[in-house]
Design a protein around this ligand. Structure first.
Ligand code: SF4
Ligand code: SF4
Length: 461
C-alpha cells in the first residue's frame, strides 16, 4: 500500500512536470521560429509565432499551478493526445505515384518556346513561316508584342539599377554563348567513371552549385530544332551519352521582391553563374580528351529541367519548374552533355512534391496572369503533368518588364535552406498528414497571398 502511494506520488510529480515541460517546449519552438523569422525578415511569420509562443504556454501554466479534481487524469489524457497527434503527424506514409515515371512521347521544338517566339520579327521569313505553320499562336503572341517588353523602361516594374544589372548579366551571357562547344584535346586521358563523376560533382559544388546530378541523355531531353538566333531551325543532333545537370540557388531576399526588378536581376545572375560553371566543366572535360557541350541560357540543345529531374535533382511541379527537395523552384539550371564515362544518378521518387502541389495551389492563387492551373494534372505529350499557360505568363513578363517569379517566391518549398525549413521539408517528404498540416501552417505564418517584398536598400536608392 505504501509502495503504491509512493508510486502514485512519483507518477503525479512526473506527469505534472512533464506537462509543464511540454508547454515550455511548444512555446520555445515557436519562439525559435520567431527568431528565425525576424532574421529572414518574414515579419508576419515573426508576429504570428511570437503571439503563439506567448499564448500556448498559458493553458499549461494554469493547469500546472492550479489544483482541481482529477487533475492528473486530465493531464495524462492531454499528454497522451499530444503524443498520438505527433505520431499521426509524422507517421511515414509515402504512397508511390500510381502512374510511374513520366516520359514525354515527342521531342520539343525550341522554336515553340516563348523566348524564340519573342525573337521573331514581323515581316521576316522566320516570322511568316512560323505563324503560317502555327496560325493558332499568332493572336496569342500579338498580345505580348503589344506590351512594352522585357527590361523595357516603359514596363510597370521599371527600376533603373536592377534593370541595368540584368542587362549587364545578359550581355555577359551573350558573350559566353559562342563558347559552349570547342575543340577536344587529342591527348585522351583514361578516367575512372566513379572518380571523375565524384570530382566533377565536388568541383561544381565548390564553384557554387547547389546540387549536381548525372543521367543518361535520352531523345526527349534534346530539342528537335534550334529556336534561337543564327541557328534557328537547325535540326539538333546531339549524340552525347551523358548529361550533367547543375542547379544553383537564387537569393531568397531578391526573389521575395517578385515581380519587381531584383527578381530579373537575380535570375539573370544565376543563369550566368550556372552557365559559367557549365562552361568550366565542359572545357575541363574537353581538355581530358572527351566531347562536352555546355547548355547555358539562350544556347540550349536540351531541356534542362527534364535532365535535372532524371538526374534525381527534383520533380516538375505545378508551375512547370523543377522542384528541388531543399530549395523548391528557387534554382536556376544549366547542363553539360558529354561522352566522358560517368556514373549515373538514378531518378529518385518525389511523389511527395506531386502530392503537395496537388493540395497547395499557392502559386496558382498568386499568379497575376492566372497562368497556373488549379486543376489536377492532365496528359500532355504522353506525360501526366501540369502545364502553365506560357503565353499569358510571358505577356505578363512583357508588361512588368521582369520575369515575374511571384509563383516561385510564394512556393512553400522556396523557404531558405536552414534547419527549421529543412525539418518542415523533411516532414512534407515523409508524411501525408504532415503535408496537409504544413500547408495550413504556411498559410497561417506567411499568408495565403503574401505581399511582394520591398526592394533591398542598396538597390532602392
Ligand atoms: S506553390 Fe504549391 S502548388 Fe505551386 S509549385 Fe509550390 S508547392 Fe506546388
Ligand atoms: S512567372 Fe508570374 S505570371 Fe508567370 S506563372 Fe509565375 S506568377 Fe504567373
Amino acid at each position: 500500500m505504501v509502495l503504491l502511494d509512493v508510486f502514485f506520488t512519483m507518477y503525479n510529480g512526473f506527469i505534472d512536470v512533464s506537462f509543464l515541460i511540454t508547454g515550455i517546449i511548444f512555446s520555445g519552438v515557436l519562439f525559435y521560429v520567431s527568431i528565425i523569422s525576424i532574421l529572414e525578415k518574414e515579419y508576419r511569420a515573426f508576429r504570428v509565432s511570437l503571439i503563439l509562443s506567448s499564448v500556448i504556454i498559458i493553458p499549461f501554466l494554469i493547469i500546472f499551478f492550479f489544483d482541481f479534481q482529477y487533475k492528473i487524469v486530465v493531464i495524462s489524457i492531454i499528454i497522451l493526445l499530444i503524443f498520438i497527434a505527433l505520431i499521426v503527424l509524422f507517421f511515414p506514409y509515402r504512397p508511390k505515384l500510381k502512374e510511374g515515371f513520366q516520359i514525354p512521347k515527342d521531342k520539343h521544338d525550341e522554336r515553340d518556346i516563348m523566348f524564340s517566339r519573342n525573337e521573331l520579327k514581323p515581316e521576316t521569313e522566320k516570322y511568316d513561316s512560323y505563324y503560317h505553320k502555327n496560325p493558332e499562336k499568332k493572336e496569342l503572341d500579338d498580345k505580348f508584342r503589344e506590351k512594352p517588353g522585357l527590361l523595357s523602361s516603359g514596363s510597370s516594374m521599371y527600376q533603373p539599377y536592377s534593370y541595368a544589372s540584368a542587362h549587364a548579366n545578359l550581355e555577359v551571357i551573350e558573350a559566353l554563348k559562342p563558347i559552349v562547344n570547342g575543340p577536344v584535346s587529342e591527348n585522351k586521358i583514361k578516367v575512372d567513371p566513379f572518380k571523375i563523376s565524384s570530382y566533377i560533382k565536388t568541383w561544381c559544388k565548390k564553384l557554387g552549385a547547389h546540387s549536381v546530378g548525372i543521367t543518361e541523355l535520352k531523345g526527349y531531353h534534346v530539342y528537335s530544332h534550334k529556336g534561337r538566333r543564327e541557328l534557328y531551325g537547325k535540326e539538333i543532333k546531339n549524340k552525347h551519352k551523358y548529361a550533367i545537370a547543375i542547379t544553383i540557388e537564387m537569393d531568397n531576399e531578391m526573389i521575395r521582391t517578385a515581380p519587381k526588378g531584383p527578381v530579373v536581376m537575380e535570375s539573370t545572375q544565376q543563369y550566368l553563374n550556372s552557365g559559367t560553371i557549365a562552361l568550366q566543366v565542359a572545357y575541363f572535360i574537353r581538355s581530358l580528351g572527351y566531347e562536352a557541350r555546355a547548355h547555358i541560357d539562350g544556347n540550349y540543345e536540351v531541356i534542362c529541367p527534364l535532365i535535372a529531374r532524371d538526374a534525381g535533382l527534383g520533380e516538375i511541379g505545378r508551375m512547370g519548374l523543377l522542384m528541388t527537395p531543399e530549395l523548391g523552384p528557387r534554382v536556376r539550371i544549366a547542363a553539360i552533355t558529354t561522352d566522358i564515362p560517368l556514373v549515373l544518378d538514378f531518378s529518385k521518387e518525389f511523389s511527395s512534391a506531386i502530392d503537395f502541389c496537388t493540395i497547395c495551389k499557392k502559386c496558382a492563387d498568386i499568379c497575376p496572369s492566372r497562368s497556373i492551373a488549379f486543376e489536377e494534372r492532365g496528359e500532355i505529350n504522353g506525360v501526366l503533368r501540369w502545364q502553365i499557360n506560357s503565353e499569358s505568363c510571358f505577356t505578363y513578363w512583357c508588361t512588368s518588364g521582369t520575369d515575374c517569379g511571384r509563383c516561385m517566391a510564394v512556393c512553400p518549398y522556396s523557404h531558405p535552406d536552414n534547419f527549421m525549413h529543412n525539418f518542415i521539408r523533411w516532414g512534407i517528404k515523409n508524411s501525408y498528414i504532415f503535408r496537409r498540416f504544413a500547408l495550413y501552417m504556411d498559410d497561417l505564418f506567411y499568408g495565403r497571398r503574401p505581399k511582394s517584398g520591398n526592394l533591398p536598400n542598396w538597390i532602392d536608392m
